[in-house]
Each structure stands twice: as C-alpha cells, then as structure tokens.
Design a protein around this ligand. Structure first.
Ligand code: 9UX
Length: 69
C-alpha cells in the first residue's frame, strides 16, 4: 500500500470535506482517506496497482476543487 498527501484547494466547510472524501473512497484501489479542511489536503492510502496519483487528483478536480502541488 502507498500513501500520498495531495493538496486540495477550495474547501470551505465540512460538506466539502465529506464530498472530497466520498469521491476518493469511490475509486477502486483507495483504502483509506483522511481529508483536512484546516490543512487543505488529503492523505490517501491506495494500491498503486489499481489507481495512480493522477487519477486521485483528477477525481478531486472533477468534484470541483483545485488540486495542484
Ligand atoms: Mo459547504 Mo462545500 O456548504 O462544496 S459543502 S461549501
């Protein structure tokens, strides 16, 4: 299992945190997600054989948030 921290810009409330958490957990290969509103980032554990960082980032952007590094 691999862990990565990705910046998530644009979250303003706990609903945003739940939305980002939900879209990430919906991806195959994602096993654990911890999103921090204060730190504007998501810590994600995933199986690199099933999903990659670019796909994680894309899911965050598809949910309406900015994800750059
Ligand atoms: Mo809160 Mo976030 O009302 O998209 S859910 S700002």
């Amino acid at each position: 299992m691999t862990e990565v921290t990705i910046k998530v810009a644009g979250m303003s409330c706990g609903g945003c945190v739940r939305n980002v958490t939900g879209v990430l957990k919906a991806l195959p290969g994602v096993t654990d997600v911890s999103v921090s509103l204060d730190e504007a980032q998501a810590e994600i554990s995933y199986d690199p054989g099933q999903v990659n960082v670019e796909q994680l980032r894309q899911a965050i952007m598809d949910a309406g948030f900015d994800s750059n590094d």
